[in-house]
Design a protein around this ligand. Structure first.
Ligand code: ARG
Length: 457
């Protein structure tokens, strides 16, 4: 059934129908479409625009359609233009002429704006749940690895020793911000557009706030032209999804490096690795690589919708139909990536000895040797120069600072005493860094406790 055949004298060209149709993808929100229609007719009846019998007949019909689609007895086919036409046509087929009253005081423009918002709102909640599961997993790793030493890097060069708990804690903060971004978006988007009509409201005495409350919105939107053409919430969501992917991608990059033959800081579980068709020895980090790779398509969705929206005059334009496939794809991609990444992290093995050995090499305690001198009255700039000489000496002899004899230390600066060894031991280097946010165990315990409370909220 077409919703608009009356003023046409010719059939739609088949290619035009195919090009124009959105049912191939907007069927994804049939449940939201039906929920929106039920709320709409409930409001129409409350306002005396429909009788209670009419309302009940329509709601029963809509509920039957939803059940049948869900259990597969009603198959959504391509003969209808979109999910809205499909549902309306089947309603009329089921309950007769009264079904023709469903669309009273409504346009597909406010209808689709509502459906997309309802769908996105559910997905924001689902995404938040997945991020929380990931955080719970990361929190476990943090709790168990306060004393797992590893090198911290800048420029991918060993810099100062940290712990695995501290390194993972950095990602914990990122995903925490991602959740907070989603919650901001949820709050801002949570206003109902239904009742805005095609663009200029309607002449019926609709109670928009009532429909909004039935659908658990905070309220109704305040400008009907904006309501039918606002896609800001999708742009905000795609931007938040892009940031989530950027975080996952950075994490994946590290896992790939850590999993490399050269590093061997981790071993990805067999269940989360793949093999090579030719090289029997291979065990590849494909999941981490794919998550990293899929970041591009989520960024693409954001750029695509920004570009689609950039020159659209008010109010609704068909261009906006393009918001769907890319948003659905981005949401599904990110949900899949978070879930897989969480599974990979839950099963990954940390090779603590290798991390520890790596942290002991590479002069990660050089800053602490300089701090030792400063604590003994040497100005920092001089201390920096002295430790530079120590490092040069060690590089030539291929040893670590800890391996130097006291005589060798004192030959470069007489300030060094026996307690230098204790001062530059890796354990000391970490333990002494206890300002909040630093890797020291005391500081980390406090953060872990705060995070535990946050996860229990
Ligand atoms: N499929 C359309 C979309 O997704 C529904 C709205 C159609 N409105 C219209 N005036 N043609 O945007």
């Amino acid at each position: 059934m077409k919703l608009w055949g009356g003023r046409f004298t010719k059939e739609t060209n088949q290619l035009v129908h195919n090009f124009n149709a959105s049912i191939g993808f907007d069927q994804k929100f049939y449940k939201q479409d039906i929920a929106g229609s039920i709320a709409h007719v409930s409001m129409l009846a409350k306002q005396g625009i429909l009788t209670d019998e009419e309302k009940n007949a329509i709601i029963t019909g809509l509920q039957g359609i939803e059940t049948d689609i869900t259990n597969g007895t009603l198959v959504i086919d391509g003969t209808h233009e979109d999910i809205h036409s499909f549902v309306e046509a089947h309603l009329i087929e089921r309950i007769g002429d009264v079904g023709k009253k469903l669309h009273t005081g409504r346009s597909r423009n406010d209808q689709v704006a509502l459906d997309m918002k309802l769908y996105t709102r559910d997905e924001v909640v689902a995404l938040d749940g997945l991020l929380k599961d990931l955080l719970l997993e990361l929190h476990k790793i943090m709790e168990n690895n306060l004393d797992t030493y590893m090198p911290g890097f800048t420029h991918l060069q060993k810099a100062q020793p940290v712990t695995l708990a501290h390194h993972i804690g950095a990602y914990f903060e990122m995903f925490k911000r991602d959740r907070s971004r989603l919650s901001d978006i949820y709050k801002r988007m949570n206003y109902s557009p239904i009742g805005s009509g095609a663009l200029a409201g309607t002449t019926y005495p609709l109670d928009r706030d009532y429909t909004a409350s039935l659908l658990e919105f905070e309220g109704s939107t305040r400008n009907s032209m904006d309501s039918v053409s606002d896609r800001d919430y999708l742009l905000e969501l795609l931007s938040a999804l892009s940031t989530i992917m950027m975080h996952l991608s950075r994490f994946c990059e590290e896992i790939i490096i850590w999993n490399s033959n050269e590093y061997q800081f981790v071993e990805i579980d067999d269940a989360y690795s793949t093999g090579s068709s030719i090289m029997p020895q291979k065990k590849n980090p494909d999941i981490a690589e794919l998550v990293r790779g899929k970041t591009g398509r989520v960024y693409g969705a954001l750029m695509s919708l920004l570009t689609t929206m950039k020159s659209l005059p008010l109010a609704y334009n068909k261009d906006m139909q393009e918001d769907k496939e890319l948003t659905f794809d981005a949401i599904d991609t990110v949900k899949g990536c978070i879930a897989l990444f969480t599974g990979m992290m839950a099963t990954i093995e940390f090779k603590k000895d290798n991390m520890n050995k790596s942290a002991r090499n590479g002069f990660t305690n050089a800053t602490d040797a300089a701090d030792y001198l400063v604590n003994h009255g040497v100005p920092f700039r001089d201390a920096h120069g002295i430790v530079g000489q120590l490092v040069l000496f060690c590089i030539e002899k291929n040893i670590a600072l800890d391996d130097m004899t006291l005589e060798e230390f004192q030959a470069i600066s007489p300030v060094f005493q026996e307690d230098i060894y204790e001062a530059i031991s890796m354990e000391t280097c970490v333990k002494k860094r206890n300002t909040i946010g630093a890797p020291g165990q005391e500081a980390m315990k406090q953060v872990i406790e705060e995070n535990r409370k946050y996860l229990n909220e």
